[in-house]
Design a protein around this ligand. Sequence first.
Ligand code: PLP
Length: 360
Amino acid sequence: MIPYSRQSIDDDDIDAVVRVLKGDWLTTGPAVDDFEEALAAKVGTRFAVAFANGTAALHGACAAAGLGTGDRVATSTLSFAASANCALYVGASPVLLDIDRDTLNVDPAALPLGLDAIVAVHFAGLPIDLARLTNRPRIVIEDAAHALGAMTPDGPVGNCARSDMCCFSFHPVKAITTGEGGAVTTNDPTLADRLRSFRTHGIERRPEKGAWYYEIDEVGFNYRLTDIQAALGTSQLAKLDRYVGTRNHLAERYRSRFVNGRVTPPPAAPSGFVHAYHLFAVQVPHRDRVFAELRSRGIGVQVHYVPIHRHPAYERLGFRPSAFPSAEAVYAGLLSLPLYPDLSPTDQDIVIAAVEELTS
Ligand SMILES: *Cc1c(COP(=O)(O)O)cnc(C)c1O
């Protein structure tokens, strides 16, 4: 089976994890500090706060921003449900937005008025252009689960040049992995403190009342990353540029080799931007048939995503497909083809030949 994505793990990664296992700390300790420092340096932000996974990172960002009951939090309907679930976790109201068919992102220049926050998704790794954001809400959180390694004219995604916080995921299909893991980056020291507290039960140390003493003012969670995971993350992060370079190379190879005119390639990065190519999501006619046939031939295609408004949990909130004509039209043909740093040109050629044949 050729999967749609998978991790790349080498001996350096394994050695880094083994070193932690032989040491004194397994849970959140010095390796997490090192990973946070390396991530902040890599994306050019002041602070990075590691979380147990990307969903926890989004939850932490919404909580740290003070979002809650009555707040309207917008996100793209063409995303993983976590992009909207985070609003529900804090009692806020998700507002699903249709996509721009030219980018498959929300159109930043067409935000409705009256939002309190946006969770801005960089779909497939193509940065949403936050420089064009109109009707800017009070809080801007980036869901950059797809976009570690992507660039904008303002610098790396994650530097928070035009946002309050930026969330990453380190699930094995993402740009780098910690097994499960996530992080929030920010330039705001108050937000960084709130994120750290939220990640560990809301505990605030109060040494003036005794070395043992802590109190919980706002209830948090146990959303900590372990040192075992963080050591893997630091080792993986050192290879990010190579991973993203290979993903771009393979993506260009796909683009140049689909010649039957029936495969719609994903939007490319405009000048000044670098695509992270978490996904290579094409649009094809007769998608369901093509999907089933590719799977039966051992080609692990996937569909990203069932639009969030289609999930029963969101239908019950009143969202209807008719409000999302672009997402619906795109979803009908969407198909994620295999793309990961260790995808061999030979395997990629098998995918290309099969997709061309099945769409001709
Ligand atoms: C993967 C992903 C997440 C959640 O990340 P986990 O680490 O799996 O919790 C959130 N948003 C998007 C867009 C994702 O693709």
